[in-house]
Ligand binder design. Structure first.
Ligand SMILES: [Zn+2]
Length: 258
């Protein structure tokens, strides 16, 4: 399996998770980029059965409508509050409501070849779902969250971290004293995950899997890098003592999932 990031920043976010040997079990997370422009992926994108939406902000949903018109079989997994927000501004979504599967915080569902659990990410949106997605037939599990000012770890009390293969988590900026309103929001508990928060989350996961770390060797994928802090973050990344990849902000990045 692999993860194709088409971009991971406030300029637009979208990720395809697929398997060359079996494109029938492909998913897309967020659609803030017009990914159907990628000719080499057209046949795979036509097979995508499920799109996951984190939250309604346009850098995550701008091209959702385009995609749903392109692939008329795709269903969307989304928090109900985010759906309401999308439908409020575009009646298209209300008309195709039957193609949406609502998953609110703490809810778990078996959907076709997946099991999915949603958790709450604090952000200045109507809602923001993080997801633990299990590809049943591949025995692969990922944990995903983006645009998260703060995260209540108590939510994860029933999650077994020993069988999670990859963590796609936000690592947006370097913490410092905010010098303007934009930074104030970015660093608030309703803003974005800082490098420090992502590093602490990684340490917390390592603690959870303790002695099994070497054997599991989960991959950490760092998302949604802020343009302003890109240089500083790449410097800070050198302190991370794990297998990780920081996605490029605009340029596509391909990551193999062992
Ligand atoms: Zn956002």
């Amino acid at each position: 399996m692999f993860i194709q990031s088409f971009g991971s920043s406030s300029a637009g976010n979208s990720y395809l998770i697929t398997d060359n040997n079996d494109i029938n079990e492909s998913i897309v997370i967020d659609l803030g980029i017009n990914i159907i422009k990628n000719i080499e992926y057209l046949s795979t994108l036509l097979k995508v059965k499920y799109v996951f939406i984190s939250h309604e902000h346009s850098d995550h949903t701008k091209y959702l409508k385009t995609f749903l018109k392109f692939n008329i079989k795709t269903k969307v997994i989304i928090n109900k509050e985010c759906f309401n927000e999308l439908a409020r501004y575009d009646s298209f979504y209300e008309r195709i409501k039957h193609r949406f599967i609502f998953l609110n915080y703490g809810e778990y569902k078996e959907i076709d070849f997946l099991t999915v659990w949603a958790f709450k990410c604090n952000h200045n949106s109507a809602a923001n779902n993080g997801y633990v997605i299990n590809f049943i037939n591949k025995n692969k599990k990922i944990l995903f969250f983006t645009d998260c000012g703060s995260l209540d770890l108590k939510q994860f009390k029933n999650i077994n971290f020993k069988n999670i293969n990859a963590y796609l988590i936000e690592s947006n900026h370097q913490e410092k004293n905010p010098s303007n309103i934009k930074e104030d929001i970015q660093q608030s508990k309703w803003g974005h995950f800082s490098f420090k928060q992502s590093a602490e989350f990684i340490d917390w996961v390592k603690m959870k899997i303790k002695n099994n770390y070497q054997e599991i060797k989960p991959l950490f994928v760092l998302l949604h890098t802020s343009y302003t802090y890109e240089k500083q973050l790449k410097e800070l990344d050198k302190n991370l003592n794990v297998d990780f990849v920081r996605l490029e902000r605009i340029v596509p990045t391909l990551i193999k999932l062992n």
